[in-house]
Design a protein. Structure first.
Length: 499
């Protein structure tokens, strides 16, 4: 597919600026109907040019946008999980976020407006709401040229923006098409079956799996395979040996993350939620195996109460279910800031690179993969994949470099890092933010811990350039005021034609 003309790329995503009483603080962005429609065609052109990860050359965000135009409601990167008709709005095409990838290299000269970027961002980042310490960087994705930086090489606690690093590391180590396959094995000469966990954090016991690997489907397939062998009763055990080390995150029992296990169903949630905080079971593997036993019974196979064991090398695979491709897991992780997926991807990265699949092994694997990619890891420290560990450290330089790397035309397999970022005022952790500014134009990963607020992502500025930015603040006292200050800074970046 031919790359769309640069001029048309810019026109298609040019926003309409509406000034409301109160000046820049009340600035809002609105897509025109023409831009939204043109963006549909642009999405197919740009994404087809920079990285076809499926047969159509269109990624999840673009497909969801097309579907949203045909139905009530909207779309998110978690399929239909957690949505109800009329509750969400159509996701704007990812074209606006990816547009800069189709542009020629930006000239190193002032663009419209001509105001120094430091004069725009400096006062905003010095807002009292952002606490005692902050760092920032802004980079032109097309050229890799840094346009702004303050303390950009200093490591601060990143909170959930760590997930950007986890995503890049996992995609580079495993590839965007990699799938995690949960299986059931039959020990030779016995009626003993073993449910073998593959570390799929999206394995679900819900009746409607909507494209995710289903524990019920696995049970149905297992039952058919057993009946073909004349087996109607079996001894069941479960294997979690893929993962090593402690299952409990250093923060302890927490509604934001289940104990990390190679086998779990619905992230060990005790309710019907699919993302966000929820009470978790103490032993996700035992819980998943218990549910599997019930599904086997429904399928006509009686199994003993399950217990832990390890499948032998001679065990024959009876049935399997596979996760969606890693690209989809990355998008879901970033959109919803899913800690369970993040920790699973850190361990998968460790296992793929010959390290123990533990918190420490995952952290070491992430750092090693980023170093292998030539990214600036000086000042960075990893202790987990989710960013829940307060001892993690990332720099604004590294976060923007990760985003630039994800936009590299020579690395299309990393593009889910960009398409998975929440869209301002529309999806994921940004769904309720930017409702009065830059909705649809900012795409960013949020990060929040007590006293820590961060934001890293991309914007298309007033001159059509795709910019990567990272803002990190520590010592914040009011999380809502801090996130508002960061959102205002990103909004001004999108509005600015600065040098």
């Amino acid at each position: 597919m031919a790359r769309p003309p640069v001029a048309w790329l810019t026109r298609a995503v040019k926003p309409q600026l509406t000034r409301l009483p109160g000046g820049s603080a009340a600035r809002t962005w609105q897509y025109t109907a023409v831009a939204a429609t043109a963006g549909m065609a642009l999405a197919a052109g740009v994404v087809g040019a920079v990285g076809p990860w499926d047969v159509t050359g269109q990624r999840t965000a673009e497909r969801d946008r097309a579907a949203a135009l045909e139905r009530v409601g909207g779309a998110d990167h978690d399929a239909d999980f957690g949505t109800e008709p009329g509750m969400s709005r159509p996701v704007p095409s990812a074209a606006a976020v990816l547009a800069g990838l189709g542009r020629a290299a930006s000239p190193p000269k002032p663009v419209s407006g001509g105001k120094p970027l430091a004069d725009v961002l400096g006062p905003l980042l010095n807002a009292p709401a952002l606490g005692g310490s902050h760092t920032a960087a802004v980079v032109d994705v097309a050229t890799g040229r840094r346009l702004y930086g303050t303390g950009a090489g200093k490591g601060l606690t990143p909170a959930s923006t760590t997930k950007i690093a986890t995503a890049v590391a996992a995609l580079s180590a495993l590839g965007p098409d990699h799938r995690l396959t949960t299986r059931v094995a039959l020990e030779p000469g016995t009626r003993k079956i073993v449910l073998v966990g593959a570390g799929d954090p999206t394995l679900t016991a819900h009746e409607h799996a909507d494209g995710w690997a289903s524990l019920r489907t696995l049970a149905d397939r297992t039952a058919k395979a057993l009946r073909r062998r004349g087996i109607h009763q079996a001894t069941l055990s479960y294997d979690t040996s893929l993962y090593a080390g402690p299952a409990l995150h250093p923060v302890g029992v927490n509604d934001n993350l289940a104990p990390v296990s190679a086998l779990s169903a619905d992230e060990g949630r005790t309710d019907d939620s699919f993302h966000g905080p929820a009470a978790r079971v103490a032993d996700p593997a035992a819980d998943a195996a218990r549910r599997f036993t019930g599904f086997l019974k429904d399928a006509g196979i009686k199994a003993t109460p399950p217990g832990p064991s390890k499948a032998t090398k001679g065990a024959a695979t009876l049935a399997t279910v596979s996760s969606p491709p890693l690209s989809a897991l990355v998008e879901r992780m970033l959109t919803n800031s899913d800690n369970d997926i993040a920790e699973a991807l850190a361990r998968q990265t460790a296992a793929a690179t010959g390290r123990p699949a533990s918190f420490d092994g995952g952290a070491a694997a992430i750092a090693a993969q980023l170093k292998k990619l030539g990214l600036p890891v000086s000042g960075a420290r990893f202790h987990d994949g989710s960013g829940m560990n307060r001892d993690d450290r990332l720099t604004a330089d590294l976060l923007t470099a990760l985003l630039v790397k994800a936009g590299d035309p020579d690395r299309p397999g990393l593009r889910p890092v960009l398409t998975g970022l929440p869209v301002a005022a529309f999806t994921g952790t940004l769904a309720t933010r930017y409702t009065d500014g830059a909705g649809g134009l900012v795409r960013a990963k949020t990060g929040t811990l007590t006293g820590v607020n961060s934001l890293a992502g991309t914007v298309v500025d007033h001159d059509g350039r795709l910019l990567a930015f990272a803002f990190l603040a520590s010592g914040t006292a009011n999380p809502i005021a801090a996130q508002t200050a960061l959102d205002r800074t990103a909004t001004e970046l999108a509005a600015c034609g600065c040098r």
